[in-house]
Design a protein around this ligand. Structure first.
Ligand code: 5BU
Length: 244
C-alpha cells in the first residue's frame, strides 16, 4: 500500500497549496466568537495553507459557522485541521469524530489524535475515514508544553503505531522531525516571535529554530497589533524551513 502522504486527498492538496501559496504557515484560530474568528481568518487566509481550529471553544457555534468556514477555505485555498486531540477508546473516539453537534469528520481535512489509548483508537478511526475519505489523522508525538509526559518511549511507540496505520495517518504534531522518511507530514505548534513562554506552561521557539513542514502560530498572529502584517512575517520566516 502506498503511504498516504502521496495519495490521500488532503495531503496531496496540502502539498499543492504549500507550493501555490508559497506558505508553510498554519494559523491556530483560537477565538471563541464565531464572527471575530471568521473575520480574522478572512484577513490572514492569503498567507496560510492550514487553518487550525478548536471547534469546542466557540461559544456561539452552529452549522452556519461550518458553512462560512468551509466557504472561506474554498475561496482562499486552505485546509482545516481540527485539533481535537482524541484520546479515548475506539468506540468513543469514532463518535467524537463523526457525531455530536460538531460532526468533525464532515468538514475537517485533518484531526489530531493522541496514541495513549493504543491501537483501538486508530482501528475505529479507520472506519470513520473510510466514510470520510478527505479526513486524515495526525498523531501527537511531542508537545510544546513544559514538562509534558510524552517521553521518548512513548514517542517511539507512537511512531510505530503510525506505521501500522499508514493508510490513515498522514503525519505528526511534533516539535521536530523524528523520522527521516519523507512520507510523513510534520506540524509544529509552540511558535512565536514575541514570547518564549506563556503563564500556563506553553513554551515557544522562533520560526527559524523549528524544522517542520508546517509551523502553527496562534496568539503570535491573533494578538498582534496588526495580524495581517504578522501573518505575512510568519509566512516569510516559516517558508525557509520547508522540505517539500
Ligand atoms: P499559541 O497561541 O501559538 O500558543 O497556540 C498554540 C496552539 O497549538 C493551541 O491551539 C494549542 O492547542 C496547540 N498546541 C500547542 O500549543 N502545543 C502542542 O503541543 C499541541 C498543540 Br499538540
Amino acid at each position: 500500500m502506498s503511504p498516504p502522504r502521496f495519495f490521500h486527498p488532503s495531503s496531496t492538496r496540502l502539498q499543492q497549496l504549500m507550493l501555490e501559496k508559497d506558505s508553510n504557515l498554519a494559523f491556530s484560530a483560537d477565538i471563541t466568537d464565531k464572527k471575530k474568528l471568521l473575520a480574522l481568518v478572512a484577513d490572514v487566509a492569503p498567507y496560510i495553507c492550514v487553518l487550525k481550529t478548536h471547534i469546542d471553544i466557540i461559544k456561539d457555534f452552529d452549522q452556519t459557522f461550518i458553512c462560512a468556514l468551509t466557504r472561506l477555505a474554498d475561496q482562499h485555498g486552505f485546509l482545516i485541521m481540527e485539533d481535537r486531540k482524541l484520546a479515548d477508546i475506539g468506540y468513543i473516539a469514532a463518535q467524537q469524530c463523526s457525531e455530536g453537534i460538531y460532526r468533525i469528520a464532515q468538514w475537517a481535512n485533518f484531526i489530531t489524535v493522541h496514541t495513549i489509548a493504543g491501537p483501538g483508537t486508530l482501528e475505529a478511526l479507520r472506519r470513520v475515514v473510510k466514510q470520510h475519505p478527505n479526513l486524515g489523522i495526525l498523531l501527537l508525538v511531542q508537545m510544546s508544553s513544559k514538562d509534558n509526559l510524552l517521553n521518548e518511549d512513548y514517542q517511539r511507540a507512537s511512531l510505530r503505531l503510525a506505521e501500522q496505520y499508514e493508510d490513515i495517518v498522514l503525519g505528526f504534531v511534533s516539535q521536530e522531525r523524528l523520522l527521516l522518511d519523507s512520507k510523513w507530514l510534520w506540524f509544529s505548534p509552540g511558535v512565536s516571535l514575541s514570547a518564549d513562554q506563556d503563564a500556563l506552561g506553553q513554551s515557544y521557539r522562533t520560526p527559524l529554530s523549528v524544522d517542520s513542514d508546517i509551523l502553527i502560530v496562534g496568539r503570535g498572529i491573533a494578538q498582534a497589533k496588526d495580524p495581517i502584517q504578522a501573518a505575512k512575517q510568519y509566512r516569510q520566516l516559516a517558508r525557509k524551513q520547508t522540505s517539500c
